[in-house]
Design a protein around this ligand. Sequence first.
Ligand SMILES: NC(=O)c1ccc[n+]([C@@H]2O[C@H](COP(=O)([O-])OP(=O)(O)OC[C@H]3O[C@@H](n4cnc5c(N)ncnc54)[C@H](O)[C@@H]3O)[C@@H](O)[C@H]2O)c1
Ligand SMILES: O=P(O)(O)OC[C@@H](O)[C@@H](O)[C@H](O)[C@H](O)CO
Length: 496
Amino acid sequence: MERLSYDYLKKNNPDQLKNNADLPVKVLQIGEGNFMRGFLDWMIEHMNRQGLFNGSVAALQPTPHGRKIPDLHAQDNAYTVQLRGRLDGRTIDRADLVTAISTSINPYEEWEKAVAVARAPGLEVLTSNTTEAGIVYQEEDWNRDAAPLSFPGKTTQLLYERYTAFDGDPDKGLVLLPCELVERNGDVLKDIVLRKIEDWSLSGDFRKWVTEHNEFCQTLVDRIVTGYPAGIEEYQEKLGYEDRLLTVAEPYHLFVIEGGERARRVLPLEDAGLNAVFGPVEDYAELKIRLLNAPHTMMFAPAFLYGVDTVYEAMQNPDIRAFVEGAMDHAIKPVLPYDKEEKDRFARDVLERFDNPYQRHMLTDLGQNGMQKFGTRVQPIWEKWDSRDPANQYFTLALAALLVYYQPQEKGQEKVQGYALGRDMLLRDSEEKVNKMYDLWRRHERQELSTAALVEECTDDSVHAPLVGEYIDALLENGAVSVLQQFHIDAKEEIQ
Ligand SMILES: NC(=O)c1ccc[n+]([C@@H]2O[C@H](COP(=O)([O-])OP(=O)(O)OC[C@H]3O[C@@H](n4cnc5c(N)ncnc54)[C@H](O)[C@@H]3O)[C@@H](O)[C@H]2O)c1
Ligand SMILES: O=P(O)(O)OC[C@@H](O)[C@@H](O)[C@H](O)[C@H](O)CO
């Protein structure tokens, strides 16, 4: 089967390239992961096809470990987004070809190409998605000839190149749209960029240009993008070409951008019929992170240890479903500051999205950087409860299952082998987390560390370690099926 490329399209579907090939770069995107390809790049494609944007994307690999750039090059940056699921009462199963990316760059090998994009007159937007792990401050040396390691470092250096190229022209500032799922992500990025300007002793005029003529927007993104699917042959058979970047996503999408008129003018998303809101992210963020992402983070470990692999399978299991719905109804909704009706409607829609039979959303993908996500997405809701309330049990069990799940069988980084309750998995987390959990579990095995002490070593004071330890021991001794079944029975009697 022939691989997707511009040559393939010219031969077989030239109309697909008519409006899109050779559009000038308007967006510099740090991050080339599934989400960005299935979300913002897909949106840019839609705007381009309607003649509303007329610009393309330069995608930059954010870390030295990326693997997507060779595939992007091999396919002339073209790929397919397969939308699968229900929207507004209709079933959608549609392949959208995306040619919005015109250049993809490994900045560790060709930094000068990234600099050329930053210096392009028509550039309007700098966007990113580097996971929560990427939008952090990191100390690094100034070297104008090479890519800084961190994403904010690259952002600072590329803004500096732009500032220098146009002599501080106020009209050449950018709209910055970080898409990481971090509260007030625009402010977070701006603060780190300003810190880097200090670190690198860049001029006060540059600092002024950054703050006065660049707009750091807060954003909230929402779309379940499950990425490259199992059973790719079935998709390729229908498409007629091989696509190693094919990305599966649900049809639902929401992009909230808290920015001024400029962001709205630059990105006419609403005119293109896309579900975008230009307004305060707070109106959406808490609902989405606490009622969608937090249940994901609370469910993945109990469900995986129970023996299922995907969100859909988990939701079809009565014990796991009871845990997830119970957590949403009894542990999350009561402490969220929204109208009851709004919370109920949002939770109902989320359950419908989790019930999407067309998506294979792998629980192990939800588990990537799981400990960090528990801290940012779940812990803040847990902390709102009095420690004697029965609602605590949902969080206690979720944390216990998470720690049982996190048993690396080797030290290392990026992807290491894990094993828990008879199941193998790949753990993807920072080297520091992996090595720490490895050491803690080995000490626990040698009985040098009690279970409660293990919990204490990886949580803060707000967590009642002995209770979490009891659930861990129950999971280790009786397995997740027994624990979740018992939880289901107890919850019916005690909590609901
Ligand atoms: N997949 C979804 O459904 C979805 C939906 C909404 C938001 N998101 C957000 O998108 C992020 C990425 O998800 P994805 O599905 O694209 O995953 P992915 O694995 O396909 O992409 C992850 C991207 O983050 C980069 N990255 C990872 N660690 C980094 C670090 N330490 N520094 C800089 N860059 C780093 C990778 O290089 C890659 O570009 C998630 O963390 C989440 O915040 C995902
Ligand atoms: O993408 P992550 O790994 O940060 O989080 C896992 C999921 O909760 C997340 O991808 C959701 O599906 C998404 O946030 C929906 O908009």
